[in-house]
Ligand binder design. Structure first.
Ligand code: NPW
Ligand code: K
Length: 500
């Protein structure tokens, strides 16, 4: 799904009005109805609803929503924050219609702000995507009062005060909602970790904006939906053998961190690889053979470290269908030398994770050896070591896109809504996963998943988008079973389904 910016959404709005065609007020009605459908499915009609409206089209939505809820026999109070003499045409229209049902209360001074109770549900329709400056004066006072109140808060389209696709400057205030119900597509701001409090749990409701305009609009930002991820899945051919699905090599583990290798290996096997060889330091031999009997184990000649040579013969590095390196390998100089050798000899895209990334950061010339379209899977701290500090999430996105383009690699920046930057500068945000996955070893699992997909011949871009989705989906299934708190990395592997 494409993520468009505010200007594009405004044009999309106009395009829909002209080409569907539909009257603006009808489009507002459709959006308000879509919000109301979500709301009535979530909150019953005994709920005390307090709708706060501004004077633009977001406020117009709020007035229409209030009317629809009154008609559905909800107990609704409407407050209009009168911060300016102007109001939008569609606001004025809905204002007239609402006044036939109820009398809104006007808020012009802080003394006009009502007291909100725990049982109240606030609908925040003060400011929408059209904000052009920080919230000040009475708008700020109302936002502060709502944030202080114990009520549940649902924002219409976007939390009031939050910019849809640019940074919120220090000192700016936004509503901190429990939910955001946004129209047609997520806004970029909703995918960035720094905005978590200004977004809450968010849902997209479809309001039927014109698909042709969306298709034609250029954007570097995408959001991977379940259907899109499903389309990437390949069926396993009936007449196949283990050779069909590739022979992968994982280079993992060091003394004390052999478990990282076990996690990556199990995940690789659960992701459909045909055959898997795992090289671990000699101390990991017994552990790996016992924990994962399905793999071919190549013990390193070094007892505790990964250094390269092994007494067990195997194919040359270049003959493996895919190579994954990093989980648990540590940062010893011997291992750094081996990483250099691997990157020099491996001409296919590789998966590079964890300490392999830290070694790249320490010896930046190694980056020049990365095979094109390799998949790097840093968490933010590792990515910062590879690049530089950033000021805010937007700055980080630019650094991410620039890095992927300059190095011609795929960067999977892990976190809530993992951002996958491609060599062409596009960024795909993931839609699956949960906070339970912030626990040791889930990254190792992802390395195994991605290596398996590359070994099966998936294009690296598709492997990254699909693998990250499947990994998060498995985390969501695991969280359903155990809850987020008790979730561990092995649960993610055990929940890998490859159908959704
Ligand atoms: N296409 C869609 O998805 C659809 C969108 N729809 C809805 O429209 C919403 C966008 O509407 P919008 O453009 O009228 O924006 P919104 O934020 O309500 O008002 C902004 C106005 O307030 C002003 N203003 C700006 N900053 C301010 C501030 N800090 N403090 C105070 N005032 C401020 C500014 O006027 P100015 O004073 O700058 O002249 C501007 O005119 C969108 O979020 C969605 O809810 C649906 O109805 C239909 C389909
Ligand atoms: K809002």
């Amino acid at each position: 799904m494409k993520i468009l910016d505010v200007d594009q959404i405004r044009q999309l709005d106009q395009y829909t009005i002209l080409n569907e065609p539909i009257a603006p007020i009808q489009l507002m009605e459709r959006a308000s109805q879509a919000f109301t459908n979500w709301f009535t499915a979530r909150f019953d009609s005994k709920t005390a609803v307090k709708v706060f409206c501004g004077l633009g089209n977001n406020g117009g939505d709020g007035l229409a929503i209030a009317r629809l809820l009154i008609q559905a026999e909800y107990n609704v109070d409407v407050f209009v924050v009168r911060y300016a003499p102007r109001e939008s045409d569609d606001f004025a229209h809905n204002h007239r219609r609402l006044k036939l049902l109820t009398a809104p209360v006007y808020i012009e001074n802080p003394g006009d702000i009502p007291t909100l109770r725990h049982s109240d549900v606030v609908i925040d329709a003060i400011l929408g995507s059209g904000i052009s400056r920080p919230a000040e004066g009475i708008v700020r006072s109302v936002i502060e009062a709502i944030n202080r109140a114990p009520a549940t808060v649902v924002s219409v389209d976007i939390a009031s005060g939050l910019h849809a696709n640019s940074a919120t400057e220090p000192g700016e205030i936004t509503i901190c909602p429990d939910y955001t119900i946004t129209f047609e597509m997520p806004k970029l701001a909703m995918l960035l970790p720094g905005n978590a409090k200004s977004v809450g749990e968010w849902h997209v409701v479809d309001i039927g904006l014109h698909q042709r305009f969306i298709d034609q609009s250029p954007t570097p930002y995408y959001y991977t939906t379940r259907d899109e991820a499903r389309l990437l899945l390949r069926r396993r051919e009936r007449f196949s053998n283990k050779g069909t699905f590739g022979h992968a090599l994982l280079l993992v583990g060091s003394y004390g961190k052999v478990g990282a290798g076990v996690l990556a290996a199990r995940a690789c096997l659960r992701s459909g690889v045909g055959l898997l060889t795992v090289q671990v330091p000699r101390c990991g031999y017994g552990i790996l053979q016992t924990a994962v009997p399905e793999v071919i184990c190549r013990p390193d000649v070094h007892e505790r470290l990964l250094t390269g040579p092994s007494e067990v013969e195997g194919p040359a590095l270049a003959d493996y269908a895919a190579v994954g390196i990093g989980p648990g390998i540590g940062k010893a100089p011997e291992t750094a030398r081996f990483l250099r050798e691997v990157l020099t000899n491996c001409r296919k895209p590789a998966v590079v994770d964890a300490d392999a990334l830290n070694l790249l950061a320490a010896q930046r010339d190694l980056m020049g050896l990365l095979p094109e379209n390799s998949i790097l899977t840093p968490h933010p701290k590792e990515f910062e070591r590879l690049t530089q500090r950033w000021q805010n999430d937007y700055d980080k996105l630019e650094i991410l896109r620039d890095f992927a383009q300059r190095k011609q690699v795929i960067v999977v920046l892990k976190g809530a809504h993992t951002a996958i930057a491609l060599p062409n500068g596009d960024v795909h945000f993931n839609s699956t996963g949960n906070p339970g996955m912030s626990t040791g070893g889930t990254g190792d699992v992802l390395t195994g998943v991605l290596t398996a997909l590359l070994a099966q011949g998936y294009d690296p871009v598709e492997a990254a988008v699909l693998g990250v989705f499947a990994h998060g989906h498995a985390g969501d299934l695991a969280a359903e079973q155990r809850g987020e708190t008790g979730l561990i990395a092995s649960d993610v592997t055990d929940s890998l389904r490859w159908s959704w």
